[in-house]
Design a protein around this ligand. Structure first.
Ligand code: SF4
Length: 496
């Protein structure tokens, strides 16, 4: 029987958090890799397969296997190449798939025997057949294989449930918008595909069934990995209505204008949505216009949208980008004032990065000072600067970005924002902390104090004694994430 090893590469491991060790709190990984689970579902029974998630497992380069399949994201591409190189040195056949292949297929092809571009549904059966016949091609792409009608359900039996905090679900694929920086179009296409809601329900029920032995009830949570849930309103209504009786908690992402839609907001809350990521991108209309993000984003509506999500108990996570040509050094303070005012708690800040294959890359490639594109994969983020915006220097962009990073991860700031959010509640279906959880936080504070982590200690104590605190796991997560501030150098706002 031929054996396949699916690998999710990662430069980040979740098992070395000092603060989690101090708290004696079980360390869990993010959601497992959905594309790997989808390929496993498409693999015929005559193959055996295993799943290695580098977030929690070590890669065994001596493993007996006929085929190594590595799923690469843009952020993990360099690590994927390293793993591929080690296996190829040992004579193994390596396939690389995942979102990165859609934007950098030529680069990927230099590191493996075969590149799989786009959805596995279309390509995987042909790849396996060619492999068996000794005729594996260098590249398989959706241009040669028409889009599958149906989105596949993943094989969730390949993952080790006890290590994961949430489980990925995909209900839709693609996005019809054309934001210049976005690579979603290349992996999912502009034609929006939807999975029948009954199929989504069956996947969740399957997760719940397998979950029972390994997971406590409070750990159940799902993450919709769809690029944009708010495209087909009729479908979304049907999906949310289906989710309601399942009693799950979930998070998802979509465009900010979802929060203009009262009926959808209500259904989101009723169906267990606890967090929703929205692409704010910029608080300057001219920057949005630069990258064609004007169809969905109205700057003067942002604050209302964020408030609308908070009002129904959904915590908004705002994604920001800096480094547009319209950005000058004052943009960081402007963004921070907006974040503070709007009540945003979770903020993700990135630097404008032209990914190969996007319109942004075509427009800016002549200005990139690291043209071979080996610039920031290792950091697992978009925090490196590859071109200089017109109105500030690259150094000021980096300083401003670090300055903002330190501000938004500061636990005093997060505490103030959390209180604003809870003051919209209480919500019927979102319980406040139990006495047991409050005692656990007091004990955690004592441990943090013994290690002189006084900011975290103060945060834990505030959460323990504030009557409206909800979501114990979120409190722990903020303490965990605040560790990141230790890697941020002390910098001044370049505008000051
Ligand atoms: S709306 Fe979101 S997913 Fe769609 S193209 Fe724009 S950034 Fe990408």
């Amino acid at each position: 029987m031929s054996k396949i090893v699916f690998i999710n590469p990662s430069t980040v491991t979740y098992w070395n958090s000092k603060v989690m060790n101090i708290l004696n709190y079980p360390q869990t990984a993010d959601a497992p890799n959905l594309p790997a689970m989808a390929l496993a579902a498409l693999t015929p029974e005559k193959y055996s397969f295993t799943y290695v998630d580098e977030v929690i497992d070590e890669v065994d380069y001596t493993v007996e296997a006929d085929l190594i399949v590595i799923m690469a994201k843009i952020q993990t591409a360099v690590r994927a190449y390293e793993i591929a190189g080690e296996f190829r040195k040992r004579g193994k056949t390596v396939i690389i798939g995942g979102g990165h292949c859609a934007v950098a297929r030529e680069e990927v092809s230099r590191h493996c025997d075969c590149v799989m571009v786009g959805e596995g549904e279309n390509l995987w059966p042909a790849i396996l057949e060619d492999f068996e016949n000794g005729g594996l091609k260098k590249v398989y792409s959706p241009e040669e294989y028409p889009c599958a009608e149906k989105l596949i359900s993943p094989n969730i039996h390949i993952i080790n449930f006890k290590y994961y905090d949430s489980f990925p679900i995909q209900a839709t694929l693609g996005c019809p918008y054309d934001c210049e920086f976005c690579a979603a179009e290349h992996s999912g296409g502009r034609i929006y595909k939807t999975k029948p809601v009954e199929q989504v329900a069956a996947e969740i029920l399957e997760y719940e069934k397998l979950n029972q032995n390994d997971f406590k009830a409070d750990k159940k949570s799902y993450r919709f990995v769809d690029s944009n849930l708010y495209v087909n309103r009729t479908y979304l209504k049907e999906l949310l209505t289906m989710l309601k009786p399942l009693g799950i908690k979930w998070e998802g992402q979509g465009t900010v204008n979802i929060a203009d839609d009262e009926e959808i907001l209500r259904l989101m809350a009723e169906s267990g949505c606890r967090g929703f990521s929205i692409g704010i991108e910029s608080i300057r209309p001219e920057s949005l216009a630069e990258v064609n993000k004007v169809k969905t984003n109205q700057v003067d509506q942002y604050e209302t949208c964020i408030r609308n999500l908070s009002k129904v108990g959904v915590i908004p996570r705002g994604f920001f980008i800096f480094g547009f040509d319209s950005d000058d050094v004052t943009v960081f303070q402007e963004a921070f004032s907006f974040i503070e005012r709007s009540g945003l708690i979770d903020v993700v800040s990135n630097i404008l990065t032209p990914c190969p294959g996007t319109g942004l890359y075509d427009r800016l490639k002549h200005r990139m000072f690291n043209f071979n594109y080996k610039f920031n994969y290792k950091d697992d983020n978009f925090w490196s600067i590859v071109f200089t915006p017109k109105k500030m220097s690259a150094d000021d962009l980096m300083l401003g970005h670090w300055w903002l990073g330190a501000k938004i991860l500061d636990l005093d700031f997060i505490w103030a924002q959390l209180k604003k959010h809870w003051n919209y509640g209480p919500w019927e279906n979102i319980p406040q902390l139990t006495l047991r959880e409050r005692i656990a936080l007091v004990k955690a504070a004592a441990r943090l104090g013994r290690h002189r982590m006084y900011k975290s200690q103060k945060f834990a104590l505030r959460a323990a004694f504030y009557p409206k605190t909800s979501d114990f796991k979120r409190i722990i997560r903020h303490i965990r994430v605040s560790e990141l501030t230790s890697i941020i150098p002390p910098v001044k706002n370049p505008a000051l």
